[in-house]
Design a binder for this molecule. Structure first.
Ligand code: GDD
Length: 247
């Protein structure tokens, strides 16, 4: 499929969900079903752009079935190798047609039930970005061991102390963006690894863009494995310091 033109010109809100997947065969049908139900109940126009990186578990075979079942709402935009989460978003955006872009994980750590609240928040404040937050209001993290909790909290405290962006959850990636905002942010930052979420939020704040927050319960995945490792943590720390130097 050729890269898409956005729905900007029609004036009607279209929500594109970009869903990067790597080995999400078990999660993908359920998350797609839930997305369909959520948007249908809300009477909102939506589409799902699945960006799979050649998952060895057959995620793409499942995705192809979903493209048929949920036509015309679902598209698969595969890549041949595991090229990382950040570049998966950039790839997905080329094909997304929505004037609003929602980015989330496929493993239910980001539950579609929060999407209506994020949309409502965006509408109320005309926010450029609405981010799900685990670290404000009723937000929380469930199912992580102490090490992962400390890593996440520590990463947020570190970035907040160094950069002072005033965003409670800098590393979370469950977000709604105005399309033009996300396009500009992708142009403005080179960060494409796990540091990307933090870099996008910090860059947005530095540009004077508005960020609304919606508390979310982040529940650790049941099927499959997290891809976060020591390398990503080092990359993150370097990313914070680089932003401190440049913003
Ligand atoms: N296409 C593609 N998808 C990927 C890749 N790596 C991971 N994904 C997909 O990206 C989503 C998140 O991957 P996880 O591996 O489950 O991430 P995590 O370690 O749980 O990290 C999550 O929490 C972090 C903050 O605590 C976030 O920074 C991160 O973005 C993500 O939401 C899942 O849908 C997964 O299949 C990749 O290389 N390519």
């Amino acid at each position: 499929m050729a890269p898409a033109k956005s729905s900007k010109s029609s004036g009607k809100a279209l929500y594109s969900v970009i869903l990067p997947t790597f080995n999400e065969r078990q999660n993908l049908p359920i998350i797609t079903w839930l997305l369909n139900r959520t948007f249908t109940e809300q009477n909102l126009d939506w589409e799902l752009v699945i960006v799979d990186d050649g998952s060895p578990d057959g995620t793409q075979d499942v995705a192809k079935q979903l493209v048929k079942v949920y036509a015309p709402h679902v598209q698969l935009q595969p890549r041949t190798g595991k090229l990382g989460l950040g570049t998966a978003y950039v790839h997905g955006l080329k094909f997304a047609r929505g004037n609003y872009i929602i980015i989330m994980d496929a493993d239910f750590s980001h539950h579609p039930k929060f999407i209506p609240q994020m949309i409502e928040k965006q509408r109320q404040g005309n926010y450029d970005i609405v981010t799900g937050t685990r670290y404000a209001g009723d937000g929380g993290v469930y199912g992580w061991d102490l090490k992962r909790k400390l890593t996440s909290k520590g990463a947020n405290i570190f970035a907040d102390t160094v950069l002072r962006p005033g965003v409670s959850d800098l590393t979370g990636s469950f977000r709604l963006y105005k399309r033009a905002v996300l396009e500009k942010l992708f142009e403005s930052t080179d960060a494409r690894g796990f540091t990307m979420q933090m870099a996008l939020a910090v860059t947005a704040k530095a540009k004077g863009l508005s960020i609304g927050e919606v508390p979310i319960s982040f529940v650790d995945r049941v099927y499959g494995d997290s891809k976060l490792g020591g390398e990503e943590i080092v990359e993150y720390a370097k990313g914070v310091l680089q932003l401190w130097w440049t913003t």
